[in-house]
Design a binder for this molecule. Structure first.
Ligand code: SAH
Length: 313
């Protein structure tokens, strides 16, 4: 056995052990000139390897120090945190609140109401509207994550344009959401579906456990007036509208954004009254006032398709 210097292409490799016969064979194939060149190369390679080894040893030492430094820092932080906790016990409740948030998943929730966003309207939206639609879905996710009892959240028909837009948000597939590329009627029991639409003559009084309330994933500045209602009737689906007029006085049109409908539903499912849910979620520019109130709010004619921003996780 003989150790042969590495070739140029193996610069970063450890010299390989080759058998005598291998050496003979390779020697037979190279000319004298090539042998000289390869000898020169091999000397520089050996030197390089030594340098490399030095560099590696140095790096290893640095990493070791870094690990040590980190361990010291961690200990210091532990002491700091303990001190802070002694000074301000409310920090503990903040931690437990954060932990509670982590634990409040759909699976652990006491709420078995399904809220579904139906993404079957991609062809009716340009790029900007599609992006706005997906942003509203992100807000819905954020709202549900913060709820004491999250609803059973579904997004159906996630394919094509909506999937491309959703894919811009890293890791969305790991969120606590039931994503389906199929349409909602392919994954849910039709009898349990209630399509939400402001044009329905039926009024939603409660959200029932075991039912799936579908919100149209459509941002269209009301260009397609009455579309969701028409589709629900054609498909023979149950449908209903939110009881806006029954609880508050809204000076603008009654078509709300996807995330506002979602937020109101989540809050009502979590025990808030309809009135409080409407009053707290609808932005003041929508002109929401209590039914008994005499305050005049000027009518706003522009269609509202954007909603207040809710910080995401
Ligand atoms: N131009 C569409 C409305 C899109 S608004 C249409 O006329 O059908 C997006 C979705 O929010 C609707 O599909 C509906 O599911 C829901 N929504 C908005 N306002 C609502 C209301 N007042 N009651 C029930 N659902 C509502």
């Amino acid at each position: 056995m003989e150790t042969v210097a590495v070739t140029v292409s193996e610069t970063n490799c450890v010299p390989i052990e080759k058998s005598d016969s291998d050496v003979l064979n390779s020697n037979n194939l190279t000319s004298n000139a090539e042998n000289v060149a390869s000898k020169a190369d091999s000397t520089s390679e050996v030197k390089k390897s030594k340098n490399q080894m030095k560099r590696e040893a140095k790096n290893a030492k640095r990493l070791e120090n870094k690990a040590e430094r980190r361990a010291i820092e961690r200990e210091k932080n532990k002491i700091k945190r303990a001190k802070r906790r002694l000074e301000d016990p409310s920090i503990d409740s903040l931690h437990s609140l954060r932990k509670k948030l982590k634990d409040s998943t759909m699976a652990n929730s006491n709420c078995h109401v399904g809220l579904v966003i139906d993404l079957s309207f991609d062809d009716l939206m340009d790029e900007k509207s599609m992006a706005s639609c997906v942003k509203q879905i992100l807000r819905c996710y954020s709202i549900n994550r913060r709820a004491a009892n999250p609803v059973q959240f579904y997004v159906t028909g996630l394919s094509g344009k909506s999937l491309t837009e959703m894919s811009k948000h890293n890791g969305y597939m790991n969120w606590d959401v039931n994503f389906h590329k199929e349409q909602f009627l392919d994954v849910l029991d039709k009898e349990k579906v209630v399509y939400l639409t402001s044009d329905s003559e039926n009024i939603i009084e409660n959200f029932d456990d075991g039912k799936f309330y579908v919100i149209g994933g459509l941002v269209d500045h009301n260009h397609n007036k009455g579309l969701c209602h028409k589709q629900a009737v054609e498909r023979g689906l149950n449908h209903g509208r939110l009881p806006i007029d029954e609880y508050i006085c809204l000076k603008t049109r009654k078509v709300l954004t996807i995330d506002h409908v979602f937020n109101i539903a989540v809050n009502v499912c979590n025990g808030q009254s309809w009135k409080d849910a409407f009053m707290s979620i609808l932005p003041t520019r929508k002109g929401a006032t209590e039914l008994s109130s005499e305050v005049e709010v000027p009518e706003i004619s522009s269609d509202i398709e954007t909603s207040e921003s809710i910080p995401l996780e």
